[in-house]
Design a protein around this ligand. Structure first.
Ligand SMILES: Cc1ncc(COP(=O)(O)O)c(C=O)c1O
Length: 409
């Protein structure tokens, strides 16, 4: 038997039939009309937003759309956050349906000229990732005849310690090396562009509050140094995010109230060069991962060489991350449950495998569950972020998963 991660707080105490967003299993399946499907309860995301607001007064909250770009999720999140961070022209188009251009920033390497032009014309802030991209943006803006809104993404000298994905402190396609940023900012200002500030993203999926505190403090110091070297106060410093969620056995969530207290102290004592600067934190998974479940029906229950397999109608083509093939080094089990037996003691060890013809398609590996048979529904938690759009949906020609969004009330 292998352990699984903890159920999100909203589900941990449930008994009997699964309930999400006030609906029971039968109602959820009836609403979807089919299995497998994702259900996103933005009421849960709203609770995370409220917690952020209480812990980080005065700090802007941005939603990183890459975590879940479903149009109804974006529309719902847009009502609750101050800004949307996008990573492609497609995400930008979607974001513009829900937020004014002034509340949207566009980061990511390899922005094409058409994307730069569309962002500049719309008034979206470009977080430029290199000197070359800056030159292209300035040239395109000159052709269009508008002053572009440019922030500089910094590749910091430090990384976010303990994060699942480190994005700083190393050679990187993301951002401009710290030492070259002041010169780039000066060239942006000298070109007549509107310099919006700095963007520093040092890593993702950090569970250690102290690591986040240290990174934020270093980011503030770095922004202060750059502002001083440039001699202009940045309007906004985006401090990145990286708040992680517990996916696996032994994971514990970061104490974000503690992070908030430390950040308040750090901003109170920030360099003079940052007087009047606003600060933002951009979050994806911490806001939406726990709001989503993926429900998939058992098609076949089979035994092989002493092991039991529940073969379901979903798989890694919808929920790649749960199969351990989305950026994890060691495969570990997401929290899963038999959807009509919540809270029941386990009675057997089974593997939940998807319907794809590949051994990679294992959604839960030798986990302890109450008994499930063909026709029963398995729920895979933490499906609200990096699920449907981060999975190879077209692989092997199975139909896409339905997605249902319950807006925040
Ligand atoms: C620039 C940037 N912002 C935000 C995020 C969102 O991270 P998370 O969903 O872990 O909060 C990422 C993740 O890769 C990122 O690269």
């Amino acid at each position: 038997m292998k352990p699984m991660g903890p159920l999100p707080p909203e589900f941990a105490a449930q008994t009997g039939v699964l309930r999400v967003g006030g609906r029971d299993l039968e109602a959820l399946v009836a609403e979807a009309g089919t299995t497998p499907f994702f259900f996103y309860d933005l009421g849960i995301a709203a609770a995370r937003v409220a917690r952020f607001r209480a812990a980080f007064p005065g700090i802007d909250l941005h939603y990183a759309m890459k975590a879940n770009p479903h149009p109804a999720v974006v529309a719902g999140m847009a009502t609750m956050v101050d800004g949307l961070d996008v990573a492609s022209g497609g995400e930008m188009d979607l974001a513009l349906r829900s937020k004014p251009a002034g509340a949207i920033s566009f980061a990511g390497p390899g922005k094409r000229d058409a994307e730069l032009g569309a962002a500049i014309a719309a008034g979206v802030t470009l977080n430029v990732e290199s000197e070359g991209e800056t030159e292209r943006a300035l040239a395109i803006a000159a052709r269009i005849g508008v002053a572009p809104l440019l922030a500089v993404r910094v590749n910091p000298d430090m990384e976010l310690r303990g994060s699942g994905m480190k994005m700083g402190g190393r050679p990187s396609p993301f951002g401009v090396d710290e030492a070259r940023v002041p010169a780039l900012v000066r060239s942006i200002i000298d070109a007549g562009a509107d310099w919006r500030g700095l963007h520093v993203y040092a890593g993702s999926q950090a569970l250690d509050a102290q690591a986040i505190v240290d990174t934020q403090a270093e980011t503030l110091a770095l922004a202060g140094r750059i502002a001083q070297a440039v001699g202009v106060t940045p309007r906004l410093v985006n401090l990145g995010g990286g708040f992680g969620i517990p996916y696996f056995a032994g994971d514990t969530p970061p104490d974000i109230e503690r992070v908030g207290r430390s950040l308040r102290e750090a901003t109170d004592n920030a360099a003079h060069s940052l007087t009047g600067t606003r600060f933002a934190i951009e979050l994806g998974r911490w806001l939406v991962a726990e709001a989503g479940v993926y429900l998939t029906r058992v098609v076949d229950r089979k035994e092989s060489r002493g092991e039991t397999f529940l073969v379901v109608d979903g798989g890694l083509h919808h929920q790649l991350a749960a199969s351990g093939n989305f950026g994890t080094v060691v495969r570990r089990n997401y929290p899963v449950a038999v959807a009509h037996r919540m809270g029941e003691p386990a009675s057997e060890t089974v593997s939940v495998v998807g319907c794809l013809c590949t051994p990679l398609d294992r959604l839960a590996d030798r986990v302890a569950l109450p008994r499930a048979d063909a026709g029963d529904v398995i729920v895979i938690f933490l499906a609200g972020a990096y699920g449907a759009t981060a999975s190879p949906m077209a692989f092997l020609g199975h139909p896409p998963a339905a997605e249902i969004v319950l807006p925040p009330s």
